[in-house]
Design a protein around this ligand. Structure first.
Ligand SMILES: O=C(O)CCC(=O)C(=O)O
Ligand SMILES: [Fe+2]
Length: 339
């Protein structure tokens, strides 16, 4: 099923009060009713996009041994390369491989009394053969951070909230996250699970997808609808922290990727615009707050207002081999917390 998402032009924000008011009306409706939209007018150039996609394709074309040289199994910080089939979503195997990249920071080993999510801070792993990948990926993080920052301001303003309300949780050491993803066609098991249905954990996700398609969004009718690729646009979706911030007025939307047919490859690049790990998401003051229905109650997926907890739950769930190798103590704690 296909139903095009709202298409929203961010450049309208700087074209005078009338166009900005129209942008806010569009953003408000899209964020409240769908949680997903296509973003144009973001200012990222085709040359910047091509630099990233080119370096990324060269990474996935490297011999497997070179990709495994930066395996995330070696990183207690969940950075690096995940082989096809090693990631899990909703208990099922995802048929994709990927390189996880975050802000370049020294490794953290949480001491006694420090929160376990500090494990998520650490250095990236870069393939020695492709220095341009590091350059293009870190430039993309900088560029998309700027877009995410502008978009979040307009989105908060669109629902009548102070635009700068969350500036402090992004000001120092935001936990930005970039994923370079390849879907290598369909697995023999026939499940079609490129990545299983899930919500993203942070504030906003800005996704670059190629022309193949396969991303699907669950809409209020409960059905998953295709998101047809729109050249030059980013697919934006709201993460769980915006649901927490607005007490459920805005929703983090379930989405998934259906594997491309046969041996067709699909490439995508989600960028997760996330705050500091220790940020506690204070309730957002806005006029509709009193009508907010509350956050989704799902025992299998608790929503945490302390961002690091929300993020860590996701990593432990999605990367069981990294978790078992480096974090058995945390797995025990997670299990006992769920009981
Ligand atoms: O590849 C895509 O289109 C979406 C990926 C996604 O939802 C994710 O990695 O969180
Ligand atoms: Fe996602």
């Amino acid at each position: 099923m296909s139903q095009q998402l709202p298409v929203i032009d961010l450049s309208a924000a700087s074209r005078g009060p009338e166009e900005r008011a129209h942008l806010h009306a569009q953003l408000h409706t899209a964020a409240r009713d769908v949680g997903f939209f296509q973003l144009t007018g973001h200012g990222v150039t085709p040359a910047q996009t091509d630099a990233l996609l080119g370096a990324m394709r060269r990474f996935f074309a490297l011999p497997e041994a070179d990709r495994l040289a930066v395996s995330n199994l070696e990183s207690p910080h969940f950075r690096g390369y995940t082989r096809i089939g090693d990631e899990r979503t909703g208990g099922g195997r995802d048929w994709r491989d990927q390189l996880d990249i975050g802000a370049e920071r020294p490794a953290r080993t949480p001491g006694p009394g420090e929160p376990a999510y500090l494990w998520l801070e650490g250095p990236n792993q870069w393939p020695a053969a492709l220095p341009e990948l590091r350059t293009a990926a870190l430039a993309w993080v900088d560029r998309l951070t700027e877009v995410g920052n502008r978009l979040l301001h307009e989105l908060l303003a669109s629902i009548g909230a102070p635009a700068d309300f969350y500036d402090n949780v992004f000001a120092t050491d935001p936990h930005l996250h970039l994923k370079l993803v390849r879907y290598p066609g369909s697995a023999a098991d026939g499940t079609g699970q490129g990545v299983g249905a899930h919500k993203d954990y942070g504030f906003l996700t800005l996704l670059l997808q190629d022309e193949v398609g396969g991303l699907q969004v669950q809409r209020t009718d409960g059905e998953f609808h295709d998101v047809p690729p729109l050249p030059g646009a980013f697919v934006v979706n709201l993460g769980e922290l915006l649901e927490v911030a607005t007490n459920g007025y805005l929703k983090a939307t379930n989405h998934r990727v259906v594997s491309p047919p046969g041996a067709v490859e699909r490439y995508s690049v989600p960028f997760f615009y996330n705050p500091r790990l220790d940020a506690r998401i204070a309730p957002l003051p806005f006029p509709h707050a009193r009508h907010a229905p509350g956050v989704t109650q799902d025992p299998a997926n608790p929503l945490f207002a302390e961002y690091g907890l929300n993020e860590l739950k996701g990593w432990l769930r999605a990367h069981p081999q990294v978790a078992r190798r480096h974090h058995t103590a945390l797995l025990t704690q997670e299990l006992s917390a769920a009981e």
